[in-house]
Write a protein that binds this ligand. Structure first.
Ligand code: C2E
Ligand code: CA
Ligand code: CA
Length: 667
């Protein structure tokens, strides 16, 4: 019984749980129901008119007038709701009204039509039967999207009309009544199928809409995550590049300028190493927060590691950009209070301005990166704006890079040799091989420029191999047992394959490996200490020596001496600049000399240019000396002549020899 009630309720109710269906039904009704009411109105007018003279006014005028008014009002209200946004609740409510009205109006219309049956003749009765049947069936068809309304109509209008006709007494009316029942059942059946298909269609559409919406939401979430740095919550590199491109487009359209910069933290790595990655991460978050508070006109992103990208939104002058850049570096210098310690770091900032520094996002970014790199080397802790000077440097570098790519290395690379002498006797004890490049396009290019570019362009190994081969070939022709120093770059000691190639070159030469020293700078060691250690052992395995060049210019000089298999230190020439005036410089040189003596290391003082410097050094003890005072770097043939004429070659009393040595000192 209970199940029957529930089933019945489910047929006649409008469920609230399918809002899309309710709205779709109302949308369809808003097109069909006005047509249905128009049909009802016309049919009602026709029936009232045909009975006008036969039946009383209340049946042919008053009741039809009321029914037509109600129909007209319903037509308008459906037409109106079809033009408006409607909520699911409103749609359900309207559908319930429709079901009720279908029952009430269906019954009222039928009663009215059947009330006319008793007036007039067989023709007018036929009209009534026709009106009732056709109108009922027409309405059922129009209500096909709401099965409940059609069923209610069938029960309140079709059923009673059919019964009435069946019992009207005439065979023809009985036939019409029977016809009506058969057609109504068929219509209900078709309608029920159609209604199910309609429900399925709307459900599928809803599911599709829902999954499209979910996919859209998911896409939006993915996009948000893809554009966000997970640690700091700042926009990430991808988002930064998108913003840069957008800024560029807008600035080009408006003819405005803007600036973009890359900020790199100074002193972050030691904090990460000493306090651990968790502390490092926390510091990065705090830096991100501080940078974000600089102002709304500044767009901040984390590019990766301890690097942040910044875009200055407004059109600013160079001075304003510089001031803002300095302000940002200053903000990072303010200590960061972390849980267990205070972090003191700094920031170096490379900035480029559109349009002066470039007209594409790529170039602007690269130029910011370039000035950052320059500042990191020479002006740590400062904000630097890309200028014409930097552009000239880039052009020069590009020229050098291109020249190197196209160079015939054997023909264009050569070596000069600078002698190392005994501080007390002036007798040469060795020589340093210094690279020279004579480019057919660029002319003479200094090694401090082309070695760096050879490193960048990946040609350094080829350059070093050529130079080593040439050095050993030339030096093996020299008389005596002088040592030869050969410079290696950071990239040389980074590749074990390359070091093996260098070992082969040494072994295949006529030069005794014991007389060969490889010079390595602190910056070269800095990259990877354990690899450097292995490389130095390989070189020492040849029987050659290792010298630490430019000693005292880096920060971990002493730890290298302690941990690496080093034979010799070369005191950097910066200590010699003012050694004749500054007692501290003297004390430093003396301390290094003592250190070498205690550790049994060989020592060379570089950059001796004046007699006064020589005198001071001589006062500190006996050592090896290199500098313009004794010899400038000389081509191999001149170096050979110098050697033959030097005091060691027992030419002391020869005036010509003295003159050549003097000339060399003057060069
Ligand atoms: P370095 O190894 O420190 O070489 C010494 C540099 O100081 C040489 O410059 C030399 O000419 C210069 N010098 C020597 N005595 C004096 C002096 O009394 N006063 C002054 N002011 N300078 C002096 P150079 O030949 O221009 O070489 C510059 C740098 O280029 C070298 O510095 C070295 O780092 C690099 N380099 C030179 N040749 C090679 C090479 O074959 N391979 C590699 N990887 N680097 C090289
Ligand atoms: Ca050197
Ligand atoms: Ca040096």
């Amino acid at each position: 019984m209970l199940r029957k009630q529930t089933w019945l309720r489910s047929i006649f109710s409008v469920p609230n749980d399918n809002p899309d269906l309710a709205i779709a039904q109302i949308r369809t009704f808003s097109r069909q129901i006005p047509i249905m009411y128009c049909m009802v109105i016309v049919n009602t007018l026709a029936l009232a008119y045909s009975h006008h003279t036969l039946a009383p006014d209340w049946l042919t005028v008053h009741i039809p007038a009321v029914l037509i008014s109600i129909s007209a009002f319903r037509t308008y209200s459906y037409w109106h709701s079809g033009r408006q946004e409607i909520s699911a609740i409103q749609a359900c409510r309207q559908l319930r009204h429709t079901i009720i009205l279908a029952g009430v109006l269906g019954a009222v219309f039928s009663i009215w039509a059947l009330a006319l049956f008793s007036y007039g003749n067989a023709y007018t009765q036929g009209h009534v039967a026709f009106f009732s049947s056709v109108t009922c069936l027409g309405i059922m068809v129009c209500l096909m999207h709401l099965k409940a309304a059609a069923i209610v109509l069938a029960l309140t209008a079709v059923g009673p009309t059919a019964l009435f006709l069946l019992y009207a007494g005439h065979q023809e009316f009985r036939a019409v009544g029977l016809n009506l029942i058969i057609v109504a059942v068929a219509v209900l059946y078709v309608l029920s199928n159609h209604s199910r298909s309609f429900v399925d269609l709307i459900s599928n559409q809803s599911a599709l809409k829902k999954s499209a919406l979910e996919a859209y939401e998911l896409g939006k979430e993915n996009e948000r995550l893809a554009n966000k740095d997970s640690l700091t919550g700042l926009p990430n590199r991808r988002r930064f590049m998108a913003e840069l491109n957008f800024r560029l487009k807008v600035s080009k359209e408006k003819g405005e300028s803007f600036a973009v910069g890359i900020l790199d933290l100074d002193g972050f790595k030691p904090i990460n190493d000493v306090y651990g990655h968790v502390a490092g991460d926390r510091l990065l978050v705090k830096v991100g927060e501080r940078l974000s508070q600089i102002g709304s006109e500044v767009f901040v992103a984390r590019l990766g590691g301890d690097e942040f990208g910044i875009i200055f939104q407004g059109a600013l002058s160079n001075t304003e950009i510089q001031e803002l850049g300095d302000h940002i570096c200053g903000a990072v210098e303010v200590p960061f209070e972390l849980e267990s310690f205070t972090a003191n770091i700094g920031a170096t900032f490379g900035i480029s301005r559109f349009p002066d520094a470039g007209s594409t996002a790529k170039i602007l970014f690269e130029h910011s990166d370039y000035v950052l790199y320059v500042a990191k080397e020479r002006l740590r802790g400062q904000a630097i704006l890309f200028s014409e000077k930097h552009q000239a440097e880039i052009n020069e570098t590009t020229g050098i890079m291109r020249g190197l790519q196209e160079a015939d290395m054997d023909a264009e690379l050569s070596l000069n040799y600078q002698f190392v002498v005994d501080s007390q006797t002036g007798i040469p004890v060795g020589a340093e091989a210094l690279a020279r490049w004579t480019s057919p396009v660029l002319g003479m290019v200094s090694p401090s420029k082309f070695i760096k570019n050879a490193e960048k362009s990946g040609l350094i190994n080829q350059v070093t191999e050529t130079l080593l081969r040439k050095t050993l070939a030339e030096a093996s022709k020299w008389p005596g047992d002088l040592f030869i120093s050969f410079n290696l770059s950071a990239h040389d000691i980074g590749s074990s394959h390359h070091i093996n190639r260098l070992s082969e070159i040494v072994q295949n030469s006529n030069f005794p490996p014991e007389r060969l020293t490889f010079e390595i700078t602190e910056t070269a060691l800095l990259r990877d200490l354990s690899r450097a250690h292995d490389t130095l052992q390989l070189l020492k395995g040849l029987g050659s020596k290792v010298a630490l060049d430019d000693f005292g210019t880096g920060y971990s000089s002493l730890s290298y001496v302690q941990n690496l298999p080093i034979d010799r230190l070369k005191i950097d020439r910066s200590f010699l600049h003012n050694i004749d005036q500054c007692r501290t410089s003297q004390a430093v040189v003396k301390a290094i000399l003592d250190l070498c003596e205690n550790l049994d290391l060989d020592c060379i003082v570089e950059g001796v240019e004046t007699e006064q410097q020589l005198k001071i050094l001589q006062g500190l003890g006996r050592m090896k000396i290199q500098g313009y005072l004794f010899s400038k770097p000389l081509p191999s043939s001149d170096a050979l002549t110098y050697l033959q004429l030097s005091p060691e070659a027992k030419f002391e009393n020869d005036a010509a020899a003295d003159e050549l040595v003097k000339q060399n000192r003057m060069r």
